[in-house]
Design a protein around this ligand. Structure first.
Ligand code: GDP
Length: 299
């Protein structure tokens, strides 16, 4: 929690602290409520959720007026937790009893896919699990090199094809290698070119279909860059149309003042944020926990 808190320092100063500052004023005026709204919108919470939070807070003005500093803080944490989807299922299907679990990682280039695959592999290996990586971004040799470097760093095998080869056949090979080796999890990094929407859809759909010849795909994780704000939500829609996304990984939360994007992503896409990226290092990945996140936002 301490680490999460320090990494979220930017979000913290604008969202949680901002709310606390306004709400601790003695008598809340219409201008103050507008400031609450602006604080939430500036943190990318989104209009619908902002309206909901403000409405809920306004019904508690009596409580607010008499609350001590700690009570006020607890109240803000509670309200933020409530909009962060505390009841959503965020378990990650990285294990199956009789076969490797297959995880597809999708998202636009630069969002942090390859880094996230590396970090997940690291966490799994740290837990004593065995992993194979698949470099299904065959369009850029650099992408496969980058994944292989992560594989070496973490100590797991990376299956890659030739540059310009068929992404689906690399994904298939990776899963087959995983099955033969009896590993726990196969993590597949995919290409994220958004040049043509239909091209991307066809390609992702094909990767998934081809892999499914060997068994089910257990997770499709969409990697979103938190610093792109509401734009990221728009991009994400394209992916959800191409494949059934089972979870979101929100990266670069260490570099943005817009922690509220978690709320917007979940509301608008209806998909739980399962993991958050808090830096470039191998251990800078955390499971998303609404209450801990709200606590860290408020500081
Ligand atoms: P891809 O094109 O989607 O595979 O993206 P990469 O994994 O290559 O990441 C793009 C850049 O974002 C790299 O410089 C990463 O180090 C950086 N990056 C990825 N995740 C995070 C994160 O959680 N925080 C920060 N600060 N940088 C990140």
């Amino acid at each position: 929690l301490v680490r999460l808190r320090s990494r979220l320092a930017r979000s913290q100063s604008s969202l949680g602290r901002g709310l606390l500052t306004v709400l601790s004023r003695e008598k809340l005026t219409e201008d103050d409520w507008e400031e609450v709204e602006e604080t939430l919108l500036a943190a990318d919470v989104g209009l619908a959720a902002t309206t909901q939070i403000v409405q809920r807070l306004r019904t508690q003005t009596l409580v607010l007026a008499t609350a001590s500093g700690t009570q006020l803080r607890d109240l803000v944490v509670r309200e933020l937790t409530a909009v962060l989807g505390p009841d959503l299922d965020r378990t990650l299907a990285t294990e199956q009893p009789d076969r490797p679990a297959v995880v597809l990682v999708v998202g636009v280039n630069g969002a942090g896919k390859t880094t996230t695959v590396g970090k997940i592999a690291r966490a799994l290996v740290g837990d004593g699990r065995s992993v194979v990586l698949g470099a299904a971004d065959t369009f850029r040799a650099a992408a496969a090199d980058q994944l292989e470097t992560w594989g070496e760093r973490v100590g797991v095998l990376t299956v890659r094809g030739r540059e310009g080869g068929d992404p689906a056949s690399v994904a298939f090979e990776a899963v087959r290698t995983g099955i033969d080796a009896g590993v726990d999890t196969v993590l597949i990094d995919t290409a994220g070119r958004l040049h043509t929407k239909s091209g991307l859809m066809d390609e992702l759909g094909k990767v998934k279909r081809v892999v499914e010849k060997l068994g089910p795909v257990d997770e499709v994780l969409l990697v979103l860059d938190a610093t792109t704000g509401q734009n990221g939500v728009v991009q994400a829609r394209v992916f959800t149309e191409a494949v059934t996304v089972t979870g979101v990984v929100l990266t670069k939360l260490d570099g943005t003042a817009k922690g509220g994007i978690v709320v917007a992503v979940q509301r608008e896409l209806g998909i739980p944020v399962k993991l958050v990226g808090l830096g470039e290092g191998p251990d800078d990945l955390a499971p998303f926990e609404p209450e801990a996140f709200a606590e860290a936002l408020v500081g």
